[in-house]
Design a protein around this ligand. Structure first.
Ligand SMILES: Cc1cc2nc3c(=O)[nH]c(=O)nc-3n(C[C@H](O)[C@H](O)[C@H](O)COP(=O)(O)OP(=O)(O)OC[C@H]3O[C@@H](n4cnc5c(N)ncnc54)[C@H](O)[C@@H]3O)c2cc1C
Length: 435
């Protein structure tokens, strides 16, 4: 049966959920469509869900800092208590080891400007604060099959520590919470429903067609399709004026027993970004740690054409690389012979900075290119897209005069032009998942 709506959101991941909620809060008649069976079953389900604040632009830092306040007050933010339970923010602090691709002196002014607390640690402090850490500098990252991987350290590293960082304990549940809240405000959700076409009438979006032939009419369509975003843009016939390309990339995260002394008496150890060796880590459930990669240049990057074709199983090679790097950094980490973990897909923008924008097709908006680093920003992405849609549909020229968003909690002003499809390449980006 065909339907009418005011806004269609394609994708019920953490982004689609947040966008749908903010639009529903504004009283709009929203339909959310997902080809999978439940909220957050796409790339959101594989997320490490780390909440940190070190980004390469002031708008990136301010977005993550404002979003963090929403996670801390999650029930208030979503406005309901989900029968399935509520996702929780776990504060662990985040240690970012020194690296030439995101030097401290470039990051700290941005943290200061946004009001994010931080500490600067020398190697001795790092040793004192992180159990079993090796403070050696091994830059640049190398594959573990390269003999140079085992070369001694050239010097010692310090770190930036952000005490307010942490992670969300269940990213899929967070998406569920958002969709549940949107539903409670009247949003309609359609699962196991594949969008196969975007309908255009008189040069603007007019709805979508599903694979089963159903048509949903709406003057506004939002692409929140995660790593499938470029496929959906093609269906809509948009992308010609994008200055930033976006491609899916497969990634693995491995689960290992936590090193001895990492979590002490129920106190979780810190999350740690180690671009020096090419990994990141954060505490997992049941005295484990999650180990992911920072996509170092020495590793072949697993670009894929179609996210549906991504191998869902972790592989021995990637496990060996990531776990060995982590064990080099954390000397008490023991590496089991068989890998456990999860494979997921990033939607990578060329400069690892997301695109939250309108497009050349009136009424067609995108929240895409999240580049493995935007889960934490989902609360704000909902607010960004709702604000953008409201302003642009009322006639505002966002391309010429970018909309500014004022953070309710921090008061920081965020220039949404920083996430424009037409922006200049973000040359300050670390060029990897750190953004
Ligand atoms: C391994 C991994 C680790 C990560 N770690 C972190 C981290 O530590 N911190 C952080 O901030 N971020 C992290 N991220 C990034 C973050 O998880 C993602 O940016 C975020 O989850 C993307 O959410 P999304 O809603 O855009 O996409 P998705 O969750 O993929 O949702 C998109 C949805 O669209 C649906 N869809 C697509 N096409 C169609 C169609 N044609 N018809 C109907 N439905 C369609 C899909 O089924 C899917 O459910 C990580 C990502 C991965 C993969």
């Amino acid at each position: 049966m065909d339907r009418d709506a005011e806004v269609i959101v394609v994708g019920a991941g953490v982004m689609g959920g947040s966008i749908a909620l903010e639009l529903a809060k504004r009283g709009l008649n929203v339909v959310v469509i997902d080809k999978l069976g439940a909220p957050g079953h796409g790339s959101t389900s594989a997320s490490s869900a780390i909440v940190r604040f070190n980004y390469s632009t002031i708008d990136g830092v301010a977005t993550s800092w404002e979003s963090k306040q929403c996670w801390v007050e999650w029930s208030d933010h979503v406005g309901v208590i989900d029968d399935a339970g509520m996702a929780r923010f776990q504060q662990t602090g985040m240690v970012v080891l020194d690296t030439p691709i995101a030097p401290r002196e470039k990051v700290t002014p941005l943290l200061l400007a946004a009001g994010v607390p931080y500490e600067e640690w020398d190697a001795a402090t790092l040793r004192q604060r992180v159990a079993g850490v090796d403070t050696g500098r091994y830059w640049p990252p190398k594959g573990i099959d390269e003999p140079a991987f085992f070369d001694g350290a050239t010097e010692e590293l310090g770190a930036l520590f952000m005490p307010d960082a942490g992670f969300i304990d269940d990213p899929q549940l967070a998406a569920h919470n958002l969709i549940f809240a949107a539903q409670s405000l009247g949003a309609l959700t359609m699962f196991n429903a594949v969008v196969s076409d975007v309908i255009r009438v008189n040069g603007r979006a007019a709805g979508v067609r599903l694979e089963n032939g159903t048509v949903i009419h709406a003057p506004v369509v939002v692409n929140a399709a995660g790593p499938w975003s470029t496929q959906l843009n093609r269906l809509a016939g948009v992308g010609a004026d994008f200055s930033i390309g976006v491609r899916p990339m497969r990634q693995e995260v491995h689960y290992l027993p936590a090193p001895i002394g990492y979590n002490v008496a129920g106190q979780l150890g810190p999350s740690l970004a180690d671009m020096d060796l090419g990994t990141y880590m954060r505490p997992g459930p049941g005295d484990t740690i999650y180990v992911g990669g920072t996509a170092p240049e020495c590793d072949p990057l697993d670009w894929i054409d179609n996210p549906d074709d991504a191998n869902p199983a972790v592989t021995a090679t990637t496990y060996a690389n990531q776990a060995t790097r982590a064990a080099r950094r954390l000397s008490t980490l023991r590496v089991p012979t068989s890998p456990k973990g999860v494979a997921g897909v990033y939607d990578v923008a060329e400069d690892w900075t997301p695109i939250y924008d309108r497009t050349e097709l009136a009424g067609f908006y995108v929240a895409m290119g999240t580049s493995g680093n935007q889960f934490k920003n989902a609360p704000l992405v909902g607010l960004f897209l709702a604000t953008l849609i409201e302003r642009v549909e009322a006639g505002h020229d966002h391309d010429g005069d970018p909309v500014r968003y004022v953070g309710e909690h921090t008061g920081n002003i965020i220039n949404l032009g920083a996430f424009s499809r037409k922006r200049s390449f973000n040359a300050s980006s670390a060029g990897n998942v750190m953004g």
